[in-house]
Design a protein around this ligand. Structure first.
Ligand code: AMP
Ligand code: MG
Length: 481
């Protein structure tokens, strides 16, 4: 196959090889009429792949898993997980496949993974398929998050299959090819721990350490140090979500990575008006995964990881519990640190100021101010106009100005480097996905272009920076993927 610039594409399979008990060899379902809908050219290049060749029939055959390089060992990965708080001992890739691992141009090993590639032994009642809309949504969200500097899986391509999939209606089907640092999840550790074989758990932990947190081996207690590093990576990640108003929507332990990347974009969305209770997912009735609950849920998920790791942390369970508890408790402090420093940057300040941030957030909340617009308006000097009762803002702004560094222009420019103008606004996303489902890809490509350069304000793109028109119905996202 000629999809690489130089030597043949090589797919390694360290996961399948080192952890055979955590996956099932499997192949992708045939795709009757593959048509490329979107291709991440920059990502392809980063991976050493020839984007032009990926558009050719042989490239498409790779992107849907129909033709793989010799030696590839595609697998469906096993994992367990807590879904909305309830433990499911066997989830796994029901409609996904790990094709293998590529080493990118920086020498990083990355998973090449398909979603919507047919039923696997983990499919339970599912059809193994995916629809065009949700796969393009994952593509778009990953690109937006990447451009915002937030660790994330990224889509390499979305290929329409030519098949219809049955959801509430018949929808065009698609396969997503995505790339992630790995697909090791908290749920992978839960699955290995539940198998009751300490050797398996140790092999998984060693694999994860080598791949994501290699420095942990130098510590006195490597597995505890590994745990600490995962906790820290997740604290940093969730703080970054919070700083841009991102709501993941389905923070089950099987969607929580060991690498600290965002994965599994389902019913996710960005918040408009600041409100900690913001929920978009149609199935999240209790608001478990609301914007404001995300740090607490991340910590809860990490506690589940700690439980899974106990046998590796110390032979004496009491000692292990005590050590793991201390680490998971440290999440709060780590999260606060990342959030406070991120907020300081958003406000152009040299140091965090907790009361200032707290009072700002309650102002934004009380007056239903758009989270994204506020920070750009603040650096521009016209944030006042966003408040229905501006006097309360004036008092806050006085305190803020007193803390700004003397070079105001430099502070404003620094703020604009971390506060996006363009995020994937829900109404614009829906519009683009509806058009794409009906066969018009132009709005989608345009939107990807806009959110891929989120910090530089460009003339003509005003509507992408505006919240949904007043009086719009609240945005709802569906897990029905
Ligand atoms: P998710 O909500 O995407 O994180 O998926 C949760 C679980 O449901 C995973 O085990 C998926 O593989 C499985 N799943 C979701 N949709 C399907 C489908 N259409 N067919 C088979 N399995 C699915
Ligand atoms: Mg998932």
């Amino acid at each position: 196959m000629s999809v690489t610039a130089g030597p043949q594409l090589e797919l390694d399979s360290s996961f399948a090889r080192e952890l055979p008990r955590l996956s099932v060899p499997w192949t992708a379902a045939p795709v009757p009429a593959p048509t490329l809908l979107a291709l991440g050219e920059e990502l392809a290049t980063e991976l050493g792949l020839d984007a032009a060749a990926l558009r050719e029939p042989a490239g498409l055959a790779l992107l849907v898993g129909a033709e793989l390089p010799g030696g590839a060992r595609p697998v469906a990965q096993a994992y367990a997980g807590h879904q909305f708080g309830f433990y499911q001992p066997r989830l796994g890739d029901g409609r996904a496949l790990l094709l293998g691992e590529l080493v990118d141009r920086r020498g990083q090993r990355r998973d090449l993974h398909l979603k919507g590639s047919g039923r696997t032994p983990f499919a339970r009642g599912g059809d193994g398929k995916a629809a065009v809309g949700p796969m393009l949504r994952e593509y778009l969200m990953g690109e937006a998050m990447h451009a915002l500097g937030i660790p994330t899986s990224r889509a390499l391509a979305v290929v329409a299959t030519g098949e219809q999939v049955v959801r509430e209606t018949l929808l065009p089907g698609a396969v997503l090819a995505r790339v992630a640092a790995s697909h090791l999840r908290v749920g992978t550790f839960q699955y290995a721990a539940a198998a009751g074989d300490p050797a398996l758990l140790r092999e998984l932990a060693d694999h994860a350490i080598a791949r994501h947190h290699p420095g942990a081996v130098d510590a006195d207690t490597p597995y505890l140090e590994f745990y600490r590093r995962v906790v820290d990576a997740q604290a940093s990640l969730v703080a970054r979500w919070m700083l841009v108003g991102f709501v993941h929507g389905v923070m089950n332990t099987d969607n929580t990575t060991i690498s600290g990347e965002t994965i599994d974009y389902g019913p996710c969305a960005f918040m408009d008006a600041f409100d900690p209770a913001t929920v978009f997912s149609s199935i999240d009735h209790g608001g478990r995964y609301s914007y404001g609950n995300q740090p607490g849920i991340a910590q809860w998920n990490l506690a589940r990881l700690g439980e899974a790791l106990l046998p590796l942390i110390d032979e004496d369970t009491n000692v292990a519990v005590e050590a793991a508890t201390e680490v998971v408790r440290s999440f709060a402090e780590r999260y606060e640190w990342y959030f406070a420093h991120g907020m300081a940057a958003k406000l152009g300040l040299e140091a965090p100021d907790e009361p200032l941030v707290r009072d700002l957030l309650s102002l934004l909340h009380a007056q239903h101010v758009d989270h994204t617009r506020f920070f750009r308006a603040l650096s521009r000097g016209d944030a006042r106009s966003l408040f229905a009762e501006p006097e309360a803002f004036d008092a806050w702004a006085q305190r803020w100005e007193a803390l700004l560094p003397p070079d105001r222009a430099a502070a404003a420019a620094a703020m604009d480097r971390v506060n996006p103008v363009y995020i994937p606004r829900n109404h614009v996303v829906e519009e683009a996905l509806t058009a794409a489902t009906a066969g018009d890809m132009a709005p989608f490509h345009r939107l990807v272009e806009v959110v891929s350069d989120p910090f530089a304000e460009r003339p003509g793109l005003e509507r992408y920076a505006e919240p949904a028109p007043a009086g719009s119905r609240p945005h709802v996202t569906y897990c029905g993927t």
